[in-house]
Design a protein. Structure first.
Ligand code: NAP
Length: 324
């Protein structure tokens, strides 16, 4: 009998065909997240789950599907899944690392340039007919080349941002849980700093840590207070890494100069006052949002799901302890 699988997001035809070859599939074909109650109803009786990062896959969801054998997340970040609850039930969980590294680093760099050179604000000015003259000291931004970049979380995406920054002659500082090997630091031209020192020295602070209990509100009022008044914050990691209300207050007060955000604390809702700030650039969580990358992510998630359902080790297992 074919395994029953719930796919909570729309995938490419190729991917759906691959799944349908081995499984009975229930797909949310709409380009909208599944409502929680519908998700809980439709996960019942399933053997496999391919969720979106917007689906909360918690113990309640797992209890609805006692035969669940594999959860293959569509995304590298898996904070939407209670991995501890899955591991306790012996359910392998996988993610999609690597294939989205460059796309996400590109968006981080797009935000760095957009905030510092006022790209979006300038676009609004031109469209609204407010571009009336050129003058040498009018509508100035802040130079990016040569500025100190502080990378928080020097993993795959953090390193890809560092490689881009080298082309802009930016001194690169990084902080994180693990220090890179000296040869890797030298190859990236990056110097390690304790987190508080990085905040104080960087002109641009770019976040690339996963969302975990340890990184929740890593950037809070105190951290913002350590940054230079001329510095900007870039977040392409996960919204709750930043205390968004504290960020709005810090930008209003001039504690920091601006921010570029791809992710939000309570997506898709924004903290009160955020949209009124001219010196922030806001994107709708599109770090991995290129056709090429999303296609690769879909393919990878399907490969992981099928492997787990066949009883083979999924290539991108995040809880290897279930495989002992
Ligand atoms: P990664 O390779 O695992 O890198 C994460 C880095 O953060 C690692 O260097 C890790 O250190 C460090 N880290 C983990 N916990 C930490 C802590 N408590 N304090 C300080 N540093 C810590 O992951 P990645 O592929 O670069 O992805 C990073 C995150 O980006 C994902 O988890 C996801 O949430 C987010 N993301 C967002 C988008 C988007 O659309 N905006 C797209 C892709 C990814 P260790 O080496 O010690 O583990």
């Amino acid at each position: 009998m074919k395994r029953k699988v719930l796919v909570t997001l729309n995938l490419t035809k190729d991917c759906l065909d691959r799944l349908a070859g081995e499984c009975e599939i229930d797909v949310n074909a709409h380009d909208r997240p599944m409502d929680r109650n519908v998700f809980l109803e439709r996960i019942a009786g399933k053997d496999g789950l391919l969720p979106s990062i917007t689906d909360k896959v918690d113990a309640e969801a797992m209890e609805r599907a006692p035969s669940l054998k594999m959860i293959a997340n569509f995304g590298v970040g898996f904070n939407n899944i209670d991995v501890t609850a899955a591991t306790a039930r012996g359910i392998p969980v996988s993610n999609t690392p690597g294939v989205l590294t460059d796309a996400t680093a590109d968006v981080a760099f797009a935000l760095i340039l957009a905030v510092n050179r006022r790209v979006v604000e300038g676009d609004r000015m031109v469209r609204e007919g407010r571009f009336l003259f050129w003058a040498p000291f009018h509508f100035l931004g802040s130079e990016v080349s040569g500025k100190v970049l502080g990378i928080v979380g020097m993993g795959r995406i953090g390193q890809a941002v560092a490689r881009r920054a080298r082309g802009f002659d930016m001194p690169i500082l990084y902080s994180g849980r693990t220090r890179l090997a000296p040869a890797d630091e030298a190859a990236l031209g990056a110097s390690f700093r304790p987190f508080p020192d990085l905040l104080a020295e960087a002109d641009i602070v770019s976040l690339h840590v996963p969302l975990t209990p340890e990184t929740h509100h890593l950037i809070d009022r105190e951290a913002l207070g350590r940054m230079k008044p001329s510095a900007v914050l870039i977040n392409t990691a996960r919204g709750p890494v930043v205390d968004e209300k504290a960020l709005v207050a810090a930008i209003r007060a001039g504690t920091i100069a601006g921010a570029g955000l791809d992710v939000y604390e309570d997506e898709p809702c924004l903290a009160p006052g955020l949209v009124e700030l001219e010196n922030v650039v806001l994107l709708p969580h599109v770090g991995s949002g290129t056709w090429e990358t999303r296609t690769k992510m879909a393919d990878m998630a399907v490969t992981n799901l099928l492997a787990g359902l066949r009883g083979e080790r999924p290539p991108n297992l995040v809880n290897p302890e279930v495989w002992k």
